[in-house]
Design a protein around this ligand. Structure first.
Ligand SMILES: [Zn+2]
Length: 219
């Protein structure tokens, strides 16, 4: 079993560490349908960070039209309302990252040709998936844990959009599955609705997720 690292700068250099770049897609950038403020600022950081890792995974939000997370699928509701679904509370979003549409494309300028895996998530019509490890029912695996374990990966470093949803939920699942887990906080941007950023940071700290900055991983 490869060693889990507590020191992120060492972990980043180890072949047993994977970088997971979360949802750097057109719809999450300024001008997109679910724009994360300043989201485009992290694209060059992803390019820079990725060069330090042998194993890089890209995630891609990938919804069918009429997805259950879209406010437009729930008459009488508006984006950012919260409703209760069989698997728990669900924030309703503007339509975004619809399969095959330009908004679901990776960010222009994302330059990570050595990424080895693209995990698409949120493709089941009736379940959302913020996390790139488990869908929002908390049971349905995307297969990423198995992929990483089979590759001898013991640590994951995450960055991307949005910090308080897809990055945080992914980090919490990674930690729960036993990976040494680090979030590069200044390589993320947040949506921050209904106190989501505050809660996400608290939950990650409680779960033992390391928080670092780009400068901590330099060199
Ligand atoms: Zn989505």
């Amino acid at each position: 079993m490869p060693e889990t690292h507590a020191v992120p700068s060492d972990a980043a250099r180890a072949p047993s560490t994977a970088l997971v770049i979360v949802d750097l897609q057109v719809d999450f950038l300024p001008g997109g349908r679910l724009a994360v403020p300043d989201g485009d600022a992290v694209v060059p950081l992803a390019n820079r960070l990725a060069r330090r890792f042998e194993t890089v995974v890209l995630t891609q939000d990938w919804h069918p039209a009429g997805h259950i997370s879209f406010a437009s699928s729930h008459p009488g509701h508006a984006p950012f309302d919260v409703i209760t679904l069989p698997y728990g509370p669900q924030v309703l979003w503007p339509d975004h990252c619809v399969q095959g549409e330009p908004g679901a494309d990776f960010a222009p300028g994302l330059d990570v040709p050595h990424a080895q895996l693209i995990i698409r998530k949120g493709h089941h019509a009736r379940v959302d998936s913020y996390s790139t490890f488990y869908e929002a029912d908390r049971r349905t695996s995307t297969g990423l844990t198995g992929y990483l374990r089979a590759r001898g990966i013991a640590n994951v470093v995450l960055m991307g959009l949005a910090l308080d949803f897809c990055v945080a939920w992914s980090a919490l699942d990674a930690a729960r599955d036993g990976f040494g887990t680090t979030v590069v906080e200044d390589a993320c941007r947040a949506i921050d609705t209904h106190g989501s950023l505050h809660h996400a940071l608290e939950d990650m700290a409680r779960a033992g997720v390391h928080s670092v900055r780009m400068a901590d991983l330099a060199g």
